[in-house]
Design a protein around this ligand. Structure first.
Ligand code: GTQ
Length: 346
């Protein structure tokens, strides 16, 4: 049973002022606001960021602002529901499109938020993470987990653009967000993926001290795509042909707070994703997809990005009837599961 609770205006003004002077606040006028009935209030609005309209503005930023004045030349994909200045895609997710021009260098730093990059366009750039020079190719996922040094360079000839996904809003909210600048890293052998490139075979840990918290830093698109195609072929009746980016040593999510996945939609397939508590981000790697989120129907072409609030079902339809479409998904599942608030409402 829900009944009306007392309002702030129902209280004598001098009483409210007495409370305020002592840093006290009555709960009941705000109780329904912070604990709404049955389903949370979500600021996250379904939002679509078409690449076609964003790219020229990002390239313009390349002309307007030298890398030395930007450190990271990024246009943030901000959700209007949160207020643009908050730079949030959802409660816990930040999205940015980053541009690096040939010859540019984004200097080494490390920070508490976890980041990943999904490479959108261009060849020849690299991210050096924890001393491993990870080459960037379209569709590759590169991790820069909390605390690891990372810097970006570009030896190629054309602009390189990638999508950054960070848990910055959450870590900032926790008053735990900060960075440290560093010197150019010494590069050692390894390129983020090689040691774990063969499924089911992981280096034997003879010495505990050699164990890294994040053993795999780069997930090449060629591998993820091949995994999806095999999964689809071997399981013709499988509806959700999806892989999770995992830590090969532990089998758990690749990072602690956000989850990352690649989804293959079969030709013409329409897939309903159940209403679950975490918010989600969809980015088209290959193909063309319609995303139905609440009342919005987004037509996503390659390199387009959109987001969906939690607790809502999402339907993804492959608009290609003669070929598969491939979608990169980021969500807040690891966070919700760890905090015990994860729900699947079907
Ligand atoms: O490339 O290190 O979009 O530190 C935001 C913060 C990218 C990065 C972002 C960052 C980076």
């Amino acid at each position: 049973m829900t009944h009306e609770l007392g309002r702030l205006e129902d209280l004598p003004a001098d009483y409210v002022q007495d409370l305020r002077d002592l840093n006290l606040v009555p709960l009941w006028p705000s109780l329904r606001g912070v604990l709404p009935p049955k389903i949370p209030t979500r600021q996250t609005q379904p939002t679509h960021w078409p690449y076609k309209t964003l790219k020229p503005l990002l390239l313009k930023a390349g002309e307007l602002t030298p890398i030395e004045k930007a450190e990271r030349r990024v246009l943030v994909l901000a959700n209007p529901g949160h207020g643009l200045e908050k730079m949030q895609a959802s409660a816990a997710m930040y999205l940015g499109m980053q541009l690096l021009m040939p010859g540019e260098w984004a200097p080494s730093h490390r920070h508490t938020p976890n980041a990943v990059r999904m490479i959108v366009e261009g060849e020849g750039a690299y991210t050096t993470v924890d001393g491993e020079k990870c080459p960037m190719s379209r569709g590759d996922l590169i991790l820069t987990p909390t605390g690891l040094w990372h810097e970006h360079g570009h030896d190629g000839t054309d602009p390189v653009i990638w999508l950054d996904v960070l848990d910055l809003p959450l870590v900032y909210y926790m008053e735990a967000s900060y960075h440290v600048n560093g010197d150019r890293q010494e590069v050692h052998v390894g390129r983020g993926d090689k040691q774990y490139a063969h499924g089911g075979l992981v280096p034997t840990q003879v010495f505990e001290r050699s164990h890294k918290a994040y053993p795999m830093l780069r997930y090449p698109w060629t591998e993820a795509k091949a995994a999806l195609q095999t999964l689809g072929l071997d399981n013709p009746s499988l509806e959700q042909v999806q892989v999770t980016y995992t830590n090969p040593e532990t089998g758990t999510d690749a990072e602690n707070i956000l989850g990352f996945y690649a989804l293959m939609l079969r030709p013409g397939q329409s897939l309903r994703l159940p209403a679950r508590s975490p918010a989600q981000v969809f980015h088209v790697i290959e193909g063309e997809v319609q995303a139905d989120i609440l009342g919005s129907h987004f037509h996503l072409v390659e390199a387009d990005t959109c987001c969906a609030p939690g607790y809502e079902a999402v339907t993804l339809k492959n608009l290609k009837t003669d070929q598969a479409s491939f979608v990169f998904i980021a969500d807040e599942s690891p966070l919700h599961r760890k905090l015990g608030v994860y729900e699947n409402r079907g």
